[in-house]
Design a protein around this ligand. Structure first.
Ligand code: ADP
Length: 299
C-alpha cells in the first residue's frame, strides 16, 4: 500500500510525476525513487486522487501526466460517501429530495396555479411530479447531471460556465473537454462531473441573441443526451439569457414548450425522476412563475 511506509505529506513534498495508466499508478518522488502500485482498492484510488488534485494545484512545479478517462472513471466509481469528501463546493450539497416538486412548490409559494393564458396543454399530474423550480447555484445540486451554458470551444468562461468549471476542477474538466473537439450551437456533449456533486455535466452551446430554433435544439439535445446515458435527473440553467442576451421571457417560453413537448412525446420521460429549472436571477423567477402554469397546469 502506498500509505503504509510514507505519510502523505512526506510523499507529496517529493512528488515529481504521477501517471495513472491501466489501473497502475506510477509515481516518481524524486530523481531516484519510483513507485508502482496497482490501483484496485477504493482507498488507493482515493490516495491517487488526492495526489493528483494537490499536484494539479501545484502544476507549475510538478509534471503531472494523467489519464482523464481514468480519473473520470475514478470519480464515477466512488460511493456517494467517498465522493462527498472530494466535493469542492463550500456549503452542503442539495439533494433531490430537498428540491420541491412543482405542485409542492406552488403550494409553498402560495400563488394561484391557474394559468392566465389560454389553455393549450392538458393537466398531467405525472409530468408535474417530475419538474421543479430551484432558485440558487446549480453547482450545489447532487443529482445525475447538470447542464452547462458553454462556449463552442468548451474551454470554460464566465457566468454559469465559469462556476461549473471551477467547482468541477478546471484542469480535470478541461482535460476531458479538450478531447471533445468543441460543440456546435444547439448541440450538447457530456463529460464527467469530477468534484461537483452532480455525476455528469451536459455542455450545450446556446445562441447569441434571440434564435428560438437554436435554443429549442439545445434543450432537446440535452434531454436526448440524458436519455442516451440513462440519467434520471437533470438541472438546466437559463441558457443564453446572461452574456448571450436572449430575452428572459422569450427564452422561458421556448424552454417550457420544448420540455413539455418532449415529455408528452418521449416515453423515457416516465423514467425521469426530475427535470429542474435552475433560476439564478429574480427576473427568471418571475418569468417561470408566469409561464409554468401555462405549460404545466396544476388544475
Ligand atoms: P450565456 O452565455 O448562455 O448567456 P451565462 O452564464 O451568462 O450564459 O448565463 C446563463 C444563466 O445562468 C443566467 O441566467 C445566469 O444568471 C445564470 N447563472 C450564472 N451563474 C449561475 C450559477 N452558479 N447557477 C445557476 N445559474 C447561474
Amino acid at each position: 500500500m502506498l500509505t503504509s511506509n510514507y505519510s502523505h505529506s512526506c510523499l507529496l513534498g517529493r512528488l515529481k510525476q504521477l501517471v495513472l495508466s491501466r489501473n497502475v499508478l506510477f509515481a516518481t518522488f524524486d530523481s531516484k525513487f519510483h513507485f508502482f502500485s496497482p490501483v484496485q482498492s477504493s482507498s488507493s484510488k482515493l490516495t491517487f486522487l488526492k495526489f493528483s488534485i494537490i499536484a494539479e494545484q501545484r502544476s507549475s512545479f510538478f509534471t503531472v501526466q494523467k489519464m482523464s478517462s481514468s480519473e473520470k472513471e475514478l470519480y464515477l466509481s466512488m460511493s456517494l460517501e467517498e465522493k462527498r469528501k472530494e466535493y469542492s463546493i463550500k456549503g452542503k450539497p442539495v439533494t433531490l429530495d430537498q428540491v420541491a416538486t412543482w405542485p409542492a412548490y406552488a403550494v409553498a409559494q402560495n400563488f394561484p396555479p391557474k394559468s392566465t393564458d389560454s389553455r393549450e396543454f392538458s393537466v398531467n399530474g405525472d409530468h408535474n411530479q417530475r419538474i421543479s423550480i430551484f432558485r440558487g447555484d446549480i453547482t450545489s445540486l447532487e443529482i445525475d447531471c447538470i447542464v452547462n451554458a458553454a462556449n463552442k470551444e468548451l474551454q470554460g468562461g464566465g457566468g454559469v460556465d465559469g462556476a461549473i468549471h471551477r467547482a468541477a476542477g478546471h484542469n480535470l474538466l478541461q482535460s476531458e473537454c479538450r478531447k471533445l473537439g468543441g460543440c456546435d450551437v444547439g448541440d450538447a456533449k457530456i463529460t464527467g462531473g469530477y468534484r461537483l456533486p452532480a455525476r455528469y455535466i451536459i455542455h450545450t452551446v446556446g445562441p447569441v441573441g434571440e434564435k428560438p430554433d437554436k435554443l429549442r435544439s439545445c434543450y432537446k439535445r440535452c434531454l436526448e443526451v440524458m436519455k442516451e446515458n440513462q440519467l434520471k435527473s437533470i438541472a438546466f440553467p437559463c441558457v443564453s439569457t446572461g452574456i448571450y442576451h436572449y430575452p428572459n421571457d422569450a427564452a422561458a417560453d421556448v424552454v417550457l414548450s420544448t420540455v413539455r413537448e418532449w415529455m408528452d412525446r418521449d416515453s423515457y420521460s416516465k423514467e425521469v425522476e426530475r427535470i429542474i429549472f435552475c433560476l439564478f436571477m429574480d427576473e427568471d423567477v418571475k418569468c417561470y412563475h408566469r409561464l409554468l402554469p401555462k405549460y404545466f397546469p396544476l388544475e
